[in-house]
Design a protein. Structure first.
Length: 193
């Protein structure tokens, strides 16, 4: 059975993930399943807590290359910071502006147990920081500019020849989080966005 993305309100998203002691067949299998879940959801990165596993594992796709990272940590951040819109597979359709370092360096162990260092700028640095935050129980909504919180909503044109269009619907952060919780508990649907 494929891994399922856990959503806002699940306690695993707020817990400190545990370090992986040994990279073995089971860890490699989990990393492969995480890549499959990330790609199925068209995500750029995924941390193990997002699939309900409290381990320090991250997968990410950068420039068409997939990285499987064990015990990743940010070892350097630029002083220069940039703001951009972020979203998260565990907070479906919610977006907000978050300030992050413009460049970052991450160290980890790969799926073969070898030490690796990845450096990135722009979206790569943002992805590294976002995913490592997940391992520490932090979500992008903890860092966002509240006035920028919005839902990204698909707008149907009714014409099959028209390209898919999305629009932003600004909302209050607390209201948005309450709606996500109620959706998790079988309450109102995403149609109320």
């Amino acid at each position: 059975m494929p891994l399922q993305i856990v959503t806002y309100g699940d306690p695993v998203l707020r817990a400190q993930a545990k370090p992986v002691k040994h990279v073995d067949r089971e860890i490699r299998r989990l990393l492969d399943e995480m890549v499959e879940a990330m790609e199925q959801e068209e995500g750029m990165g995924l941390a193990a807590p997002q699939v309900g596993v409290p381990l320090r594992l991250v997968v990410c796709r950068l420039e068409n290359e997939v990285h499987r990272l064990v015990n990743p940590k940010i070892v350097w951040r630029s002083k220069e910071r940039i703001s951009d819109i972020e979203g998260c597979l565990s907070l479906p359709a919610l977006r907000a502006e978050v300030e992050r370092p413009s460049a970052a360096r991450l160290s980890a162990v790969d799926e073969r147990g070898r030490k690796v260092t990845l450096s990135g700028e722009g979206i790569a640095a943002r992805c590294f920081c976002h995913e490592v935050d997940h391992l520490n129980g932090r979500l992008f909504v903890d860092l966002c500019k509240p006035e920028t919180v919005h839902w990204l909503v698909r707008v149907e044109s009714g014409d099959e020849k028209e390209p898919v269009r999305y629009e932003r619907r600004y909302t209050d952060l607390e209201e948005a989080l309450q709606l996500l919780l109620s959706m998790k508990e079988g309450g109102p649907s995403g149609e109320q966005l």
